[in-house]
Design a protein around this ligand. Structure first.
Ligand code: S3P
Length: 451
């Protein structure tokens, strides 16, 4: 896990145009859910294209510790033999979640409605992140918690069976909280309902249905407009599936922005998942003037997918509508880099949630971009960025490094900024990149012809 990796500093500088075709690894959200749901189905689930990053491997290790067989075949196919809903075993040791908020929050949901006790631990970044948002609804279902001060890790969770079905309106737009409650509802007799005032990524809903759970999604009028109402009926029996994981749009994002910024680039990123609850970055980049074409739109594993052709483009600043935030919540760090080279000003707002990701991504990116020579104003809920009009950023001064705070997306975003800089950008630690995109640096070298 990244918390035990020694820091790995690196300077990223202009490598030349990004050209040819690359394929990014599997979607992180879908990979986590494939292992969790496979581990609850009786029989063998096969998964191809699974993201083999540290976060997903933490989920695999936890499901093994609770009784499932999770194995990688030599051909890269993962085989998961599940225990059945309701039959998770008591883990003998603490579940080490590493850097992964998704593993932690979703697994808390699973454990909450099983009669087992689990200790959750994580690295320094994860141990600062708020868990109260899942502790609240799961406590209403009957689970009990002993958490560190502020509702943080390490924490002990005592699950309960039978748990109590609840109706829960999400106070924050969070797919992780929604998923935790729905997963707890799998082993809870009766109907567990989540009300979403703002839609978030819907992989849990799609995949729970695919595995045979009885789940309904409706719409109701709320005080501020339509709300999604998602109900799951427990206790469920899940049937094993064959899953093909599409490429991760959040990983493709770094290469899309790099190709837009580096002169003469013309890059095809193959097999990119374009679920509408995830893909808003590409629309925003097009609004900024980015040349991004979708080739061969198709379906992979029940999700819309296309190859993206991205060409170097002159970008203009935009004001980003806060309504799109959930559909590109992980992409703001790299969007800030695109904005730093655009013509004019980009304004973002409604980004409070970015302060509780793997790092405080508003402050971390404001500091990192400023050090690299960009003009950035930090506000409580976003950044205002005055772009260079296409000129490269100066880069980090001699002897200075940007700080990644154990956050893979800060490291990769500032690597992209380095490609679009005169002197390069020095990053203090690239080891967190392995949590979500272990092949990032290899792909960068191959796309820029330096491998
Ligand atoms: C995820 C949901 C998002 C996202 C995270 C993955 C998921 O978190 O930031 O990288 O797989 O459900 P929130 O739900 O907390 O916004």
């Amino acid at each position: 896990m990244s918390h035990s990796n020694p820091p790995s500093p690196k300077r990223f500088s202009g490598l030349g145009a990004l050209t040819g075709r690359i394929r990014v690894p599997g979607d992180k959200s879908i990979s986590h859910r494939s292992i969790m749901l496979g581990a609850l189905a009786v029989g063998e689930t096969r998964v191809t294209g699974l993201l083999e990053g540290e976060d997903v491997l933490a989920t695999a290790a936890a499901m093994r510790a609770m009784g499932a067989k999770v194995e990688r075949g030599e051909d890269g196919t993962w085989r998961i033999n599940g225990v059945g809903v309701g039959s998770l075993l008591q883990p003998q040791q603490a579940l080490d979640m590493g850097n992964s908020g998704t593993s932690t929050r979703l697994l808390m949901g699973l454990v909450a409605s099983h009669p087992i006790t689990a200790m959750f631990t994580g690295d320094a970044s994860l141990s600062k992140r708020p868990m109260g948002r899942v502790i609240d609804p799961l406590s209403q279902m009957g689970a009990s918690f002993e958490a560190s001060p502020g509702g943080r890790l390490p924490l002990m969770l005592r699950g309960i069976s039978p748990a109590v079905p609840i109706t829960y309106r999400l106070p924050v737009a969070s797919a992780q909280v929604k998923s935790a409650v729905l997963l707890a509802g799998l082993n809870t007799a009766g109907t567990t309902t989540v009300i979403e005032p703002v839609p978030t990524r819907d992989h849990s809903e799609r995949m729970l249905r695919g595995f045979g759970a009885s789940l309904e999604v409706g719409e109701e009028n709320g005080a501020n407009g339509p709300e999604r109402v998602i109900s799951i009926h427990g206790e469920a029996d899940l049937k094993p599936q064959d899953i093909v994981v599409p490429g991760d749009p959040s990983s493709a994002a770094f290469f899309a922005v790099a190709a837009l910024l580096v002169p003469s680039s013309d890059l095809v990123i193959e097999n990119v998942g374009l679920n509408p609850t995830r893909a808003a970055l590409f629309d925003v980049l097009r609004d900024m003037g980015g040349l991004i074409d979708e080739l061969d739109r198709r379906e992979v594993g029940g999700e819309p997918v296309a190859d993206l052709r991205v060409r170097h483009s002159a970008l203009s600043g935009v004001e980003i509508d806060p309504a799109v935030v959930p559909a590109m919540v992980d992409e703001f760090p790299v969007l800030f880099v695109a904005a730093a080279l655009a013509q004019g000003t980009t304004t973002t707002s409604g980004l409070e949630e970015l302060r509780v990701k793997e790092s405080d991504r508003i402050t971390a990116m404001a500091n990192a971009l400023t050090l690299a020579g960009a003009r950035v104003e930090e506000r409580e809920d976003g950044l205002v960025i005055h772009g260079t009009g296409g000129d490269p950023l100066p880069g980090t001064p001699e002897g200075a490094e940007v700080t990644t705070h154990l956050d893979h997306r800060i490291a990769m975003s500032m690597a992209v900024a380095g490609l679009a800089s005169r002197e390069g950008v020095a990053v203090d630690d690239t080891s967190p990149i392995a949590t979500s995109f272990p092949t990032f640096e290899t792909l960068l070298a191959s796309a820029s012809g330096t491998s």
